[in-house]
Design a protein. Structure first.
Length: 533
């Protein structure tokens, strides 16, 4: 029978990316609509073939046949290609929904019963509701470690505590994996624990969808976890499009950090160590631990698999083992897909924290955590869309790519609502409008002690722009915290930003952008000028 799913406003504009076949009805009508699919690209033809080895991050916009996507509607099947490559080379296969999934949802717990080809397994999860009558959106917390549960509940969402070890246990050899997933699919399955945990989260959502929605809403689900469970939360959000908000915390190698970057980041957990510590990653990944350049995908593309849904990545730069520099590289790379889909505000990254304790509850994350839950699960407020990258572990995306982000034609199936609309930053146009280029500033987000900005560089000529330089003056006491998609130098209060090798060529009347965070006051830069050689 069809499920009743309320579509939040942020997701309605992006519906055709995550829901290509089912008609989505307005939330104001209260009419029934088909459930969002776990995998909207299941009908896409994917022929992996051979992929070229590269030391740089693979282009998320280039299909396996070598052509690039040009429309937002094409992202669905491009995502399906990335999914297939990630399953084959990194995580192992995530089977489709089993033959039978049944269970119950109460105000205190969830039971899940699964059967497939004559095999059966069961597991449970506890439920902790916020105040009110409900039904409530909910956040699945893996292993009791994740985003602050008090903030989750006070923001209006329930907490579902799921034990990942009931689904896939640690401490087992790869040829004898244990837990509900392996009971169904075999103890020698090549699928790693992270994908098994992801499968378990999906089965919880199945049961919520069947429950009638009296306690928990089937349309508003998030997932979070920290450390190894942060890895699991990241994979769960990437591989189930019914998850509206994904919040991995300090996930380390095997989680958000880019594999290619981890291999070069001093102090980060090596790929071979993450592979051997526990069977988190799929068995096939073992052949790539010494040669990440041979991987057909990297984690910036897994970040992109979440797009245009909500994603809040939290990292700890104080523990080298966690690879926060590589995490920022992956987040910035994935954010390019969000931006191309028109959903740039739906991804946030925050590693600028003071407390270095692993998996601590941090005051810096409390406000944006509440904002994310309210936007993507409760359906109020605006998406933060903030990148607070720690200066001590700031990755440079320009060093890891040779591809440009395309301007995708929005044919009615794009990421739509960026969340939050105009942040009130306005713009400060620069350069002679009759010259070769202009630079316009827009505030993305502000906070006590700084802000995030974006500068659009526009080619005002009838020919291609070959290189550009933007200068801007910061307010007194300000300094650049981090900057991406450009290279910068500072002299006094003047910042000079030049193009990277991949975004120096701008088509006639085309635009490219760079972003940055600044510490100090929230006053915008002034005196923007743009010049081209």
């Amino acid at each position: 029978m069809p499920f009743h799913r309320h579509r939040p406003r942020w997701a309605a504009a992006a519906a055709a990316v995550v829901l290509s076949l089912a008609a989505v009805l307005s939330s104001q009508t209260g009419a029934a609509a088909q459930a969002d699919p776990e995998d909207s690209g299941a009908d896409c033809a994917v022929n992996p073939g051979q992929t070229a080895s590269t030391s740089l991050l693979p282009d998320p916009f280039t299909r396996l046949d070598g052509t690039r996507i040009t429309r937002t509607s094409e992202w669905r099947c491009r995502r399906a290609e990335i999914r297939e490559l990630a399953e084959t080379a990194v995580y192992g296969q995530k089977p489709p929904k089993p033959d039978s999934v049944t269970g119950t949802v109460s105000r205190t717990g969830i039971t899940v019963n699964v059967s497939h080809q004559g095999r059966t397994a069961s597991f449970t999860a506890s439920v902790d509701l916020p105040s009110g009558t409900g039904p409530f959106p909910a956040v699945v917390v893996l292993g009791g470690m994740g985003a602050d549960t008090a903030t989750i509940r006070s923001s209006g969402a329930a907490v579902i505590n799921l034990d990942p070890y009931a689904i896939g246990r640690e401490g087992t050899p790869r040829n004898n994996k244990q837990g509900a997933f392996y009971t169904l699919y075999g103890s020698s399955s090549g699928t790693g624990l992270l994908m098994a945990w992801s499968w378990g989260v999906s089965r919880v959502i199945d049961v919520i969808e069947q429950s009638g929605g009296s306690v928990l809403r089937a349309d508003s689900t998030g997932v979070t976890g920290c450390s190894r469970f942060g890895k699991g939360a990241f994979v769960a959000g990437a591989f189930d499009e019914r998850i509206d908000l994904t919040m991995p915390i300090e996930s380390g190698t095997g989680g958000v950090p880019a594999f290619r970057s981890v291999a070069r980041e001093s102090g980060a957990q090596p790929l071979s160590s993450a592979y051997s510590e526990q069977p988190w990653l799929g068995d096939a990944f073992g052949s790539s631990t010494g040669n990440p350049a041979g991987l057909p995908v990297d984690t910036h593309q897994i970040v992109a698999m979440v797009a245009p849904r909500g994603l809040f990545i939290m990292e700890n730069p104080h523990v080298d083992w966690l690879g926060a520099t590589s995490g920022s590289v992956a987040a910035l790379g994935g954010a390019e897909v969000y931006r191309a889909l028109g959903a740039g505000q739906n991804i946030s990254y925050w590693s600028d924290v003071q407390d270095g304790t692993h998996c601590a509850s941090r005051s810096e994350w409390s406000g944006p955590l509440r904002q994310h839950i309210q936007r993507f699960l409760v359906d109020t407020g605006s998406a933060p869309g903030v990148f607070r990258v720690s200066p001590r572990d700031s990755g440079d995306l320009s060093a890891w790519r040779n591809w440009q982000t395309p301007t995708l034609t929005n044919d009615g199936t794009g990421g739509g609502d960026n969340g939050g609309g105009d942040n009130g930053g306005g713009d400060d146009g620069g350069g002679d409008p009759t010259g070769s280029c202009t630079a316009e500033f827009a505030a993305v987000n502000t906070w006590s002690g700084g802000y995030q900005g974006e500068v659009a560089v526009r080619n005002t000529t009838t020919g291609a722009l070959n290189g550009w330089t933007v200068t801007m003056d910061l307010a007194s006491g300000q300094s650049i915290g981090s900057l991406w998609n450009g290279r910068h130098t500072t002299s006094g209060g003047t910042v000079t930003v030049t193009n990277t090798p991949w975004n120096g060529t701008v088509a006639a009347e085309g635009t490219t952008t760079f972003g940055f965070t600044a510490t100090g006051s929230a006053a915008p830069p002034t005196g923007l000028t743009c010049a081209s050689p």
